[in-house]
Design a protein around this ligand. Structure first.
Ligand code: HEC
Length: 133
């Protein structure tokens, strides 16, 4: 094997090791703090359940109240879990809180009321995602 061949092989080997290392580091970072995504996935589950209820035309006040309460309480984890201090992020998180508070207070007991109640909530999710996701 001549010198240039060996150099190319070493280069390729180096690249492969580098790529594997990078993937592992990213994986390890995600595994170390699963909370940001856990909070989002949990909120998504409860909002999804409410949308599903609307689709199925089965909007029961007790279930609605439970999912809204879970959403509202989970949303309080966003700021501490993400550890973000940027003002727009804090504002978006607070905006979501306020809208969930209003949705809870409205106590929707049918699908029409529920649709109206979660519309601003979905918009609050979207606003932050457009900026930060
Ligand atoms: C204050 C900002 C903010 C608000 C408000 C917000 N999100 Fe997120 N969301 C994010 C960020 C940032 C990510 C990307 C997180 C990551 O990948 O580490 C994200 C990611 C997600 C994900 C993807 C999770 C995954 O598996 O990677 C879902 C689903 C989600 N959000 C749902 C929601 C829902 C539903 C709402 C509203 C009830 C909401 N989010 C409100 C900032 C926000």
């Amino acid at each position: 094997m001549d010198f240039s061949m060996r150099a190319i092989l070493l280069l390729v080997l180096g690249l492969v090791i580098g790529i594997i290392g990078t993937v592992n580091v990213v994986g390890a970072l995600n595994a170390r703090n699963p909370m940001p995504r856990a909070v989002m996935v949990t909120m998504n589950y409860h909002l999804g359940a409410l949308k599903q209820a609307i689709k199925a035309k089965q909007c029961k006040a007790v279930d609605i109240q439970r999912h809204l309460a879970r959403l509202q309480s989970t949303a309080t984890d966003i700021v501490p879990v993400f550890g973000m201090t940027e003002k727009p992020f804090l504002d978006d998180a607070e905006n979501l809180q306020t809208r969930l508070q209003h949705a809870l207070q409205a106590a929707p007991s049918d699908c029409t009321a529920l649709t109206a109640a979660i519309k601003p909530v979905g918009e609050a999710c979207k606003t932050c995602h457009q900026r930060y996701r």
